[in-house]
Design a protein around this ligand. Structure first.
Ligand code: NAD
Ligand code: UDP
Length: 338
């Protein structure tokens, strides 16, 4: 695959992708919370291919076993059904903490649970990091900047979040998760890394995810109208999942303690983006405007100077290249669903 290492695996043959052999000293025990989700499963793939021992933990709220089924039974891999709001015992060297629904319809479905997942879940995983002396990486979000008054967004920006709006359970949950990470770092000497992730897309997004890239591609493939919320003047900047996985691993391995934006600065208005998907996938569909959603951030683009200078990281995959891969993936999913 030109855009990365999407694992195309035939469950019937039961042959595992080949993984690197690491020495005992090099091989780490790595916990990925939310490991059966969209980003988590791609991170699991990469860490497995690198030769590490990987535990994927997930409650399957938005993730599913199918995303990691190609590793089930591999001696380096373990899948654990567990809710991160309950404490967990494991012996690990590194924790990538991703467990949290990420799409607005899913995190708004049960806002109390979303807050508990971010706050109690992060306390549990930081407690595990404290006991095992593991290095801890939090997948935070561009949502900590809210509806930003600064553009593009630098890590030094404190954000503009409505604390009682429908997005607050996610935004404020992640803001507290960051606060917790730095409190544990300062008070308990835990090694923490914080990635502020901007809109990411790619294969294995749940077909009911509800985020804009998967919605538009699935609608166009099914011959349905593309639903733009509001006039579509709001902007987002889209990154392909393989670039994000590179950045997460580089950040974990680095000495960078401050938060780091990980995103692709290629910015689109949602109306233009709908037109791009329509013309690429299916020109016979219409683009319709639905009411805008409350507190929808109007502009979003990462300033990635810090990631470039401190990690040597920059996105390598052009948005349209990633879109082609994602269209191919959803075409197969839709055929399977029919
Ligand atoms: P996703 O919904 O596909 O993955 C989240 C995973 O966490 C799912 O597998 C879900 O079942 C699991 N989960 C949810 N609540 C849990 C709980 N209480 N206990 C255990 N597991 C639980 O979303 P994603 O896009 O893969 O996001 C992964 C992480 O990255 C999230 O923390 C999200 O906030 C962050 N992030 C993602 C994006 C993006 O654009 N994809 C942007 C910013 C931040
Ligand atoms: N959006 C849209 N139609 C959809 C889904 C989303 O117009 O079917 C818009 C949404 O209002 C927002 C942008 O696309 O302005 C990105 O939404 P998404 O849910 O993907 O992520 P967000 O960045 O808002 O968390």
């Amino acid at each position: 695959s030109p855009a990365g290492d999407v694992i195309d695996y035939d469950v019937n043959t039961r042959t595992f992708p080949s993984v690197r052999m690491l020495s005992h000293r090099e091989k780490k025990r790595i916990l990925v919370t939310g490991g059966a989700g969209f980003v988590g499963s791609h991170l699991v793939d990469r860490l497995m291919l690198m030769g590490h021992d990987v535990i994927a933990m997930d409650n399957f709220y938005t993730g599913c076993k199918k995303n990691v089924e190609h590793w089930l039974g591999h001696p380096n891999f373990e899948l654990i059904r567990h809710d991160v709001i309950e404490p967990m015992m494991a012996e690990v060297d590194e924790i990538y903490h991703l467990a949290c629904p990420a799409s607005p319809p899913h995190y708004q479905n049960n806002p109390i649970k979303t807050v508990k997942t971010s706050v109690v879940g992060t306390i549990n995983m930081l407690g595990l990091a404290k006991r095992t002396k593991a290095r801890f990486l939090l997948t935070s979000t561009s949502e900590v900047y809210g509806d930003p008054l600064e553009h593009p967004q630098k890590e030094s920006y404190w954000g503009n979040v409505n604390p009682i709006g429908p997005r607050a359970c996610y935004d404020e949950g992640k803001r507290v998760a960051e606060t917790l990470a730095y409190a544990y770092a300062q008070q308990e000497g835990i090694q923490v890394r914080v990635a502020r992730i901007f809109n990411t897309f790619g294969p294995r997004m749940n077909e009911n995810d509800g985020r804009v890239v998967s919605n538009f591609i699935i609608q166009a493939l099914k011959g349905e109208d593309l639903t733009v919320y509001g006039e579509g003047e709001q902007t987002r900047s889209f990154q392909y999942v393989h670039d994000l996985v590179d950045g997460l691993i580089e950040l974990m391995q680095s000495d960078v303690k401050e938060p780091v934006n990980l995103g692709n600065p290629d910015e689109y208005s949602i109306a233009d983006f709908a037109e791009i998907i329509r013309s690429t996938v299916n020109q016979s569909v219409n683009i319709i405007n639905l009411p805008s959603t409350t507190d929808d951030p109007q502009r979003r683009r990462p300033d990635i100077t810090r990631a470039k200078e401190w990690l040597g990281w920059t996105p390598k995959i052009a948005v349209m290249q990633g879109i082609e891969e994602t269209i191919e993936y959803f075409s197969k999913v839709i055929l399977e669903l029919d």
